[in-house]
Ligand binder design. Sequence first.
Ligand code: CA
Length: 695
Amino acid sequence: MRAAKRRGLLVALALGAALGWACGDDEAPETVAPAATPEARLREAAASVDDARLRAADAEAHNWLSHGRTYDEQRYSPLAGIHAGNAANLKLAWQFDTGLTRGHEATPLVVDGVMYLTGSWSVVFALDAASGELRWKYDPQVPREAAHKACCDVVNRGVALYRGRVYVGTLDGRLVALDAATGELAFEVMTVDPTKAYTVTGAPRVVAGKVIIGNGGAEYGVRGYVSAYDPGTGELVWRTYTVPGDPSQPFESEALERAADTWKGGEWWKVGGGGTVWDSMAYDPELGLLYVGTGNGSPWTKYLRSPGGGDNLYLSSILALDPETGEIRWHYQTTPGDNWDYTATQHLILADLEIGGAVRKVILQAPKNGFFYVLDRETGEFLSAEKFVTATWADRIDPETGRPVPNESGEYKDGTAVVMPWYLGGHNWHPMSFNPVTGLVYIPAQEAAAVYGLDRAFRIRDGFVNTGTDFSYSTLFQREAVSGHLLAWDPVAQREVWRHPHGLPWNGGTLTTAGNLVFQGTADGRFLALKADDGKLLWTSHSAGTGIIAAPVSYQVGATQYVSVVAGWGGAFALIAGDAAAAAGVTSRGRVLAYTVRDEPLTVAAVESLMAARNPEEVRGSDLYHTYCAGCHGANAIGAGVNPDLRDSAARIGVGLAGIIRQGIPGTGMPGFGQWLEDADVEALVGYLELRARE
Ligand code: CA
């Protein structure tokens, strides 16, 4: 396969040189330590990822070992081979099509040249990180009916890697452990009550020797919790509920007994209460604290959920847990008595910041409610919060109490209210990133309003959405009414430093690097590199052909640094905002894209050595293709979107393609090549195209 890639490179180089454009491939030497088989290589790479390595993940600049790269979830890569001075030379190194449609939200993990990621429907892939070649694929066969319980598409945000195993949470609620070398099932365990509307879309984390996994479903009505499992056996170690259950039953903990005092007058437990832990986690091994974010209430509206008022702990909160027991050590609630689906499940980042002359260990969050929070992560003490987008439901956060000062315009008990941010948030799950050099946080921010109204005829509908709000008011989905931007935010000064506007909301997560760069994909399918300090746009990719919502990663194999992102339009906004997506022209096909820079100028010697390495079996078809076809259909049979991509044609039509090549397609620019080519030539051509299609 490596040889095939080199041959492709040769042709690209030769044609690229002829046409005067630079080639987009790399020619990194085989750099991963040679092992007997690819399987042995995978086994070697994954087996040694243990607690010590996960704790010290930052020292492995070439790897991306856990979801946020490191336990502090900063999504900062110390690699600087790609930097602000050469980012304009970024080129596509490889592309891998997942063969799946719908939203792709995964952050890939990379360990020693192997990449692990998920597509939609919780399908897991292991790829060669330098070539994109598939090593194995595991499809957990999620029953398609599970989609009915998924508010926000059949997405998955990635895997955890530990001691030779890959862990994934499946949409239907299973924790699945796979052999990292082969993709074979080690065990699976159901983590939810399958009769209820739970789903799992978040990436599990391995913390203190346990697999931590949450779940979602608060739009339908569930009781939120987070669980820890033994990574070897799949046994449940602990489970912590985030909201009190049926008051006729005993409390599971003192923390829930205290929380129950903040729920008043309703029968929330019949709907579930909500507070699901569906995405963010972070871990401070020194403090021994696991942080999780909790979601909105079930139902959404406090008028039905808790008509007597109250904060409704621990909805919309950041919780610090003891990872050994699951005990809640402290909590901070971002939206007391949430009424607008203002989850605090958004990305949590741990950082050490100098605030007021002292270095503080802080936790940062930009939850849906539109305020950027800085808390002391040891104690949960509120330090500061300011609006990072337009937020009308509260005027400010009182610095003395750490509580919002609500604005009456957010109330809708007796009518409707137009409120900003909307229920998809000023920031949603799309990960942000923190660059310790610039001191800035890069937030995929969005501006939009929603009309909220109380569902006066509310009744619990089992298995269906139970928000208690009247969606007939709907959201303003005119394209003018929603927008997104990349926001660079100073968490110490609590102010905007720069922004880069996008047409649409629902853009990808961010990555920042030691090369003074920020990377972000966009809803309309572009991948951008910007200068981290001042936001100058340095590079824009060719269209990914699909919207990008996931967050990029960076890693290195041998001497080559890559930036990779999973593309695939979908998720909550995509499901409901048809007109906006249609305007962007995006489709829903999943693929992994990896980019690198090529700084070295092309040399004659380099091309000659590549020519010498050509595989004689393929030379004829490739030569014929580049003589007769490439001028219209693209070098290496990669279509540019102008004329048909002949790899697709070969995959669809197979040998029938020979007839088309011979006879042409009347009424189009495709002539019959039978007039110039012998049958054996056509056969060689089709053989080449079929090979490229398989690659
Ligand atoms: Ca929600």
